[in-house]
Design a protein around this ligand. Sequence first.
Ligand SMILES: C[S@@+](CC[C@H](N)C(=O)[O-])C[C@H]1O[C@@H](n2cnc3c(N)ncnc32)[C@H](O)[C@@H]1O
Length: 225
Amino acid sequence: MAESLSKAAFIRANTRVTDVPLVPELKLYLADETTAIWQATEDQLEHIGVPAPFWSFAWVGGQALARHLLDHPELVRGRRVLDVASGSGLVAFAAVWAGAAVVQANEIDPFACAAIAMNEQLNRLGKHIDILSTDLLDQGREAIAPVDVITAGDVCYEAPMAARMIPWLRMHAAAGVTVLLADPGRAYLPKQGLTALAKMNVPTVADVEDDKIRSTTVWQVLPPS
Ligand SMILES: C[S@@+](CC[C@H](N)C(=O)[O-])C[C@H]1O[C@@H](n2cnc3c(N)ncnc32)[C@H](O)[C@@H]1O
């Protein structure tokens, strides 16, 4: 596949517009299975070992968090929201639907940034989402504009990511930001410093999980003790 193929064309060619199982309010450009799109991503970038195209799946954590925001719009209504590790952007879109005043989506994968922009158009949100493509996780609070709520869907799937993400989330929680994280019990979810807000059974998509349904918890992340 030619390097010149635009990210938007690549996304259209390797996904289809799909309803999000737990969040029927939203549609996303999603892949049907992992192997083909991962191979296509490597072909597109002309080298192997590229990051998995996580933006092309609606992860159970993201679905649960999006559902929770839509069912509890008071959490974000009129507030400034930053969705970190946004993937497809589904949690950011739910924040817009729920009435957030300002919504930012942060992603380090350039394909994810392109997918977020396309998914935003697909859902005709009527509000612009700012897409931040810098890696915020080693940076202090001043690296982001003031926010009231930070959301993080399914970010505890690998040790290096969780080791950077959790202290960063706690730092913002210590500054008074409401920090929400949703997770199906992945290996690197902290055992302490979280308060459960909701638990739900989330249908999985494609072949990214072993089970068809994953019990997933929406947590509030507490400041460092
Ligand atoms: C499992 S996906 C979850 C996506 C989305 N939140 C959801 O629940 O569907 C994790 C995402 O984290 C992104 N990511 C990894 N490291 C990151 C970092 N340092 N900053 C921002 N995003 C990051 C990946 O590109 C990937 O899209």
